[in-house]
Design a protein around this ligand. Sequence first.
Ligand code: TXE
Length: 476
Amino acid sequence: MKPLLINGEQITTADAFENINPSDRSDVIDRHALAGAKDTQHAIEAARAAFPGWARSGPQERHDLLKKVSDEIMTRSHELGELLAREEGKTLPEAIGETVRAAQIFDFFAGEALRLNGETLPSVRPNIQIDITREPVGVVGIIAPWNFPIAIPAWKIAPALCYGNTVVFKPAELVPGCAWALADIIQRAGAPPGVINLVTGPGRVVGQTMLDSAEIDAISFTGSVETGRVVAEACVTRMRKFQLEMGGKNPLVVLDDADLEVALDCAINGAFFSTGQRCTASSRLIVTQGIHSRFVEELSARMRALRVGHALAKDTQIGPVVNETQLKQDLDYIGIGVAQGGNLRVGGEVVRRDTEGHFLTPALITDTTNDMRINREEVFGPVASVIRVKDYDEALHVANDTEFGLSSGICTTSLRHASHFKRNAEAGMVMVNLPTAGVDYHVPFGGTKGSSYGAREQGSYAREFFTTVKTAYTLP
Ligand code: TXE
């Protein structure tokens, strides 16, 4: 059994849960300790006790820890990538890429630890000096989803530690393997006991205990809108800092003047890679009438050629859906799309392979309108719909007509339309001739409207969430 990690100690529990491979349900990857409320309390107390010491640690110590973590993840990227592909189901190249990304994130924040700075200003009153400094927030609770098992924990934990906070990390139940590996690496890299604590277990027990605790100073959450709301309410009640990254219903606009090859690449990558299980996935393809039939025809042909299969198989391009519940959700939404008047043009079939996994062929639903549920609610699977529009103005209007605002894309060769779209797309991230998914790690990540709440994640913008500003006045 893989244990919990609390106060630098590995702790086993009476109960355990299994980590099952979605490409092959007979493959039990490992068993993991199942934490209860008491274990979670214990982890929170450990993080609280470790906080004063870590808050006083210097830039060199923090840099060295984060750099060492980065180095080990990078050295083990193939092994960890394989574990990630086995437990989450993205293809091996995607999984290795995500692991390398996690290493790069720790490396970035190792550098940031050496760049901590403040400001000194003269006062408006005579002889007084003002210092503006940033202090750690305290004990940070990190609640992570299953779709990026190592990159999302990395982009929350690395800045938390960089800025002097201690961490209670609760990964999603479906991906405890990478979570354990990451916590273990951070511990062995020399984190003092209690600086990083891992508690594996159900959201409604472990997560809820974290939300209910007065000893956690901030919560960083990525997951569903529904759970995000629970997190927000609990945090507001306690006047505690929080940030939420939630769903998307990301549009990819394809204009008549688009380079068709570029548009097809963007659609295939954005909608279906990582089995469409990305908050930045392009789930609404908004296509102007002059290019619509060519685009749909060629996209359908490319989709039929995509190889769906075991995440570790060499020729697989699309891995399995993460579990049975998610598969049911995908199929339900395809059914809803058709029932409301959409045309299932290609895919959407559960297929059998040599192993028993949750394999679904990428689905394209055409002839949809933006008011249909398939275009309003996040599916979170390899399912995209096409909305035909008259021109750019209608495309922009439809793109913005959503409760979400994470990533918004356009394929066009017109500088005028590209520039207008960048200014007017209601989203935290805008992509021109690029897939809506796939971002850099040194720049801010996050959305507007119902997609995100609170300070941005990633890059140097992460310090807004993981630090508190202090203004000190001195009369020497
Ligand atoms: O999410 P949850 P799930 C969406 C996507 C998917 C659906 C369900 O549509 O189909 O959410 O996925 C923890 N207090 N996204 O069930 O429940 C939970 O244990 C505290 C989109 O995985 O939101 C996990 O660690 N924590 C999204 C984390 O919250 C609680 C990515 C997220 O789980 C809790 C993931 C509680 N009461 C899912 N209940 C994206 N767009 O990136 C659960 N948790």
